[in-house]
Write a protein that binds this ligand. Structure first.
Ligand code: AKB
Length: 312
């Protein structure tokens, strides 16, 4: 029986992945952990700072953990406020997880990567294997993390799997400190009847994905037979791409009163400009049959309907 530890379970991805894993494996098989208590405690929860390797090991032993989903990280824009701290958390957290996986002989590890690994020398659409010169410490740590994952797979046989997520759009838990966060904020403003001030310019194109697709992709990758996987670095993962202007016009079809203005944040604009505006994910589609379900139109409908219910 699998026993799964989720590190960073209260975050944007962690909240929804925890619920999906609890549904699949049962509540007692999932140990949620984070540095803060969750607002709502569902199932087993442990306080854990992933930098504390002893605490991590004792939780792994206590629950006889067989898989770890290591989701804790500082995102792109927030990471620039304190690069050394970001490197420490993003990198040493991963190394603690890989070490415990190696010594305790865990079955599998999941490590999220990001479009932040790409840079200005990456062509568009970004191929799976390409030139990468990430410009943020978050991107540098994700790229190095991917390489550590491949290294632990080759050298120690740790079955670690990873996806390069686009910007994730969800209504359950807000993101924090990312460059793609505008694509979530705009929906909240639309539903709350407020003006939306966008920190990226109207024509900044970025890859995006609705959270249910991201959760399904993660679970499908983790369930794929090991022999079918051709990489243990992050797989490119694509759904749709859009600019703030395009997303605004799509939402406006449902919320005609929504107004937008642009107040560019230089840091986040420069980060977005350095990222690829779309990715080629053919290898994920070939290796483990990845296929997205949601495009910009269906994501918009779902986000608005669910946020309206949430605020009703
Ligand atoms: C961010 O904007 O930093 C994240 C990401 C694309 O990894 N959402």
């Amino acid at each position: 029986m699998e026993k799964i530890l989720i590190i960073g379970a209260n975050g944007q991805l962690g909240t929804e992945l925890s619920a999906a894993l609890q549904q699949k494996y049962g509540q007692n098989a999932i140990i949620r952990s984070d540095i803060r208590k969750p607002q709502e405690e569902v199932g087993i929860f442990e306080m854990l700072n992933v930098l504390d390797a002893d605490a991590l090991l004792s939780i792994v032993k206590k629950y006889e953990i067989t898989q770890i989903y290591h989701l804790a990280a500082i995102l792109s824009a927030k990471g620039e406020e304190n690069p050394i701290q970001t490197w420490n958390i993003n990198m040493n957290g991963l190394l603690n997880v890989l070490e415990v996986a190696r010594h305790e002989k865990l079955n599998k590890v999941y490590y999220p990567s990001s479009i932040a690994v790409f840079g200005t020398t990456t062509p568009s659409p970004a191929p799976q294997y390409t030139s990468m010169n990430p410009s943020t410490i978050y991107g540098i740590s994700k790229r190095a993390g991917e390489q550590w994952c491949e290294y632990y797979f080759n050298k120690y046989g740790v079955d670690v799997r990873s996806l390069r997520y686009p910007g994730l759009i969800s209504y359950k838990t807000p993101p924090g400190g990312g460059t793609t966060d505008y694509a979530v904020d705009i929906f909240y403003k639309a539903v709350e009847g407020e003006h939306f001030s966008c920190f990226l310019s109207e024509n900044t194109r970025l890859p995006m994905m609705y959270m249910p697709d991201a959760v399904r992709a993660t679970m499908e990758l983790m369930e794929a037979p090991k022999e079918s996987l051709s990489t243990h670095e992050g797989y490119n993962l694509n759904a749709f791409d859009c600019t703030p202007k395009e997303l605004y016009h799509e939402i406006k079809k449902h919320v005609p009163n929504l107004e937008i203005s642009y107040k560019i944040d230089e840091l986040r604009q420069s980060i977005a400009d350095s990222w690829s505006d779309t990715m080629n994910d053919d290898i994920a589609r070939q290796d483990w049959n990845w296929n997205h379900k949601f495009d910009m139109e269906s994501t918009t409908k779902e986000m608005l309907a669910n946020l309206k219910k949430k605020f009703a």
